[in-house]
Design a protein around this ligand. Structure first.
Ligand code: ZN
Length: 327
């Protein structure tokens, strides 16, 4: 099945990036932006509190910037910056929807600066009818989607909810896989190679949605107006940014899954220290010290992952440590 553009956009909602540019007629891009905002803040059903607030246009963290003149003025750009720096009140993210970016003139440098130094919890959704050449710098800071009428009409709620449940199944399978590590390790190391392959595959699977969206983004750029040289220059910039994004998301996935794993050992250490008063003291002490080493090793692995290491090798190292095999 070929996903439509809106599905690709919505697919990035679990790990949203900090800036998006939706290109197309404002009716469509605004509808897509609102739909996307819902997907990000939703608590699980389309009539949850957060969705209702968005529907009634009163969600404190989902702000559509309304311009007073024909284009955004510098003053309004400053407002955007202020709004962007506030911490979200109800949702985990603060979402700013900014229409008519293609008409922006004097406000553009201010906006650009904000995009370059994003606040952690803020997501920008910029809307533009088209991408004129002088919007290229802004475009290169955003994940870009072309939104057409068919994308908005094609987003049936039934199909959506099916996809959502498929996505959350995938997420829970990934968690289960990482949590199964302690029980699947033996002291021969025989299972380690298989586990490393499975863990790497689960990370790739997690990143596949965002890769699809990135490929789509490059297609949009290919079909942008402008001369060949500026398009290929922009493409290079965007590819560079896409690599950084992927890198960041890989790191986050490893970090989060390793944190779950560390928590497993930490819980067991606590459990053991509570029951250590009772029987079989010697055995329990040995077990606890193994768990402590395991816990420390996971923290060390997290630390090393920040430094662009070879991931399969690092996982292998970690799993050997967790198995209690010297090496
Ligand atoms: Zn909802």
């Amino acid at each position: 099945m070929v996903s439509n553009t809106l599905d690709l956009l919505l697919g990035t909602s679990k790990n949203p990036l900090h800036a998006y540019l939706l290109v197309g007629k404002e009716d469509y891009t605004k509808a897509a932006a609102v739909r996307f905002a819902k997907e990000i803040v939703c608590e699980g059903s389309k009539d949850c509190n957060q969705c209702k607030l968005i529907d009634s246009n009163s969600h404190p963290d989902v702000v559509v910037i309304e311009k007073t003149g024909s284009a955004l003025m510098v003053e309004e750009a400053r407002e955007i910056i202020q709004a962007a720096s506030r911490t979200p009140r109800l949702a985990k993210k603060r979402i700013l929807i900014i229409p008519d970016v293609h008409l922006m003139d004097k406000a553009r440098p201010t906006l650009l600066k904000t995009l370059e130094e994003p606040a952690e919890e803020t997501i920008f959704i910029l809307l533009a009818n088209s991408v004129p050449p002088d919007l290229i710098t802004i475009q290169s800071r955003c994940l870009v989607f072309n939104i057409a009428k068919k994308d908005i009409e094609g987003s049936g709620e039934v199909k959506k909810s099916l996809e959502n449940s498929a996505r959350s199944d995938e997420a829970s399978l990934r968690c289960e896989l990482w949590k199964s590590i302690p029980s699947r390790l033996d002291n021969t190391g025989a299972s380690i190679a298989i586990l490393v392959d499975e863990l790497m595959a689960s990370v790739e699977q997690k990143l596949s949605e965002i890769k699809k969206a990135q490929a789509e983004e490059l297609k949009v750029i290919d079909s942008s107006p402008g001369d060949k040289r500026s398009i290929s220059a922009m493409k290079k910039q965007v590819e560079e940014r896409q690599r950084r994004e992927l890198r960041r998301m890989r790191n986050e996935e490893f970090r989060d899954r390793l944190s779950d794993l560390a928590q497993f050992y930490l819980d067991r250490i606590k459990e053991v220290s509570v029951s250590a008063q009772s029987s079989n003291r010697h055995y329990r002490t040995a077990e606890a010290s193994h768990d402590l080493i395991a816990y420390d090793s996971i923290l060390e692995a997290q630390e090393r992952l920040r430094r662009n290491v070879n991931e399969p090798l690092l996982l292998r190292w970690l799993l050997f440590r967790l198995s209690g095999i010297e090496g």
